[in-house]
Design a protein around this ligand. Sequence first.
Ligand code: AKB
Length: 329
Amino acid sequence: MALKAFTGKSPRILVTGAVGQIGSELTPALRQRYGAENVVAAGHKKPPSPELRDGGPFEFIDVTRRETIEAVVEKYNIDTIYHLAAILSAAGEKNPQLAWDVNINGLYNVLEVARERKLARVFCPSSIAAFGPETPRDNTPQETVLRPRTMYGVTKVTGELLCDYYFYRFGVDVRGVRYPGIISSETPPGGGTTDYAVEIFYEAIKHKRYNCFLREDTVLPMMYMPDCIKATIQLMEADLSRLTRHSDYNLAAFSFSPAELVAEIKKHIPDLACTYNPDFRQQIADSWPRSIDDSAARRDWGWKPDYDLASMVADMLEKLGKKHAEGKL
Ligand code: AKB
């Protein structure tokens, strides 16, 4: 393949969606690993945090306009893209046309830039949203039924296929995982179905009560941000010859229901009160798996999470509790 080698010199990285939940933590981690000047953060409209803006180069990109991606790739001599810009499941149901435009046309533009400019590597996340109601819900296999009922899920399955196509047809080294719900303390997620598992921490600390938009027994696969960052970088650094898949690795850490999360938080905040008022997101959650078989990721690139439910909750409360005490929550 006529692609630039990924080894030897430091990669020159562009992160789209850098202002979002995952981007705002992945970007500093990449900057620390590869040098701040080698990692360009890109957002759409939202202004970057001081850390993102001052920690290295920042540019505005609209992924639906290919020329905005091309200009940044050219300007910084980019050879690797982490393409995180996306509309999530709940927001996608409110505006399916926008979800298609950003998630599919945006990805297509990134892949075309990667093909034309022979970039070394591209990361594009998929999600547990690629699965649907006909998929086995427990220990969901790597190879299984992919018939999602959300536009977000449809774009994720299409994205997986498109990324694989670019690998086999054009030799673009695209990699991706099916992220579970990601829990983090830096930037709140926006527009997802698993967002409750982050919101509850803010409300528990500030008000000791939370009104959950999912039923108390809705079990979903989840992961703490440090593991999400670890998995993403591990996959991108893995030797290509070890990979038996490209854009669709199942990825898991732990699963829980809202009631189980409340019980764990109550070990630290005993008077937390939670009510349950399921809305349209319940139907989305009911179409997703409860747990995931990620043995292909474990076998191929040594994936293993560090956090379980108890250690994630303790760390979240410590981090957000500190922010609260400093008046930053
Ligand atoms: C969402 O809830 O839409 C996302 C996801 C599971 O991809 N967090």
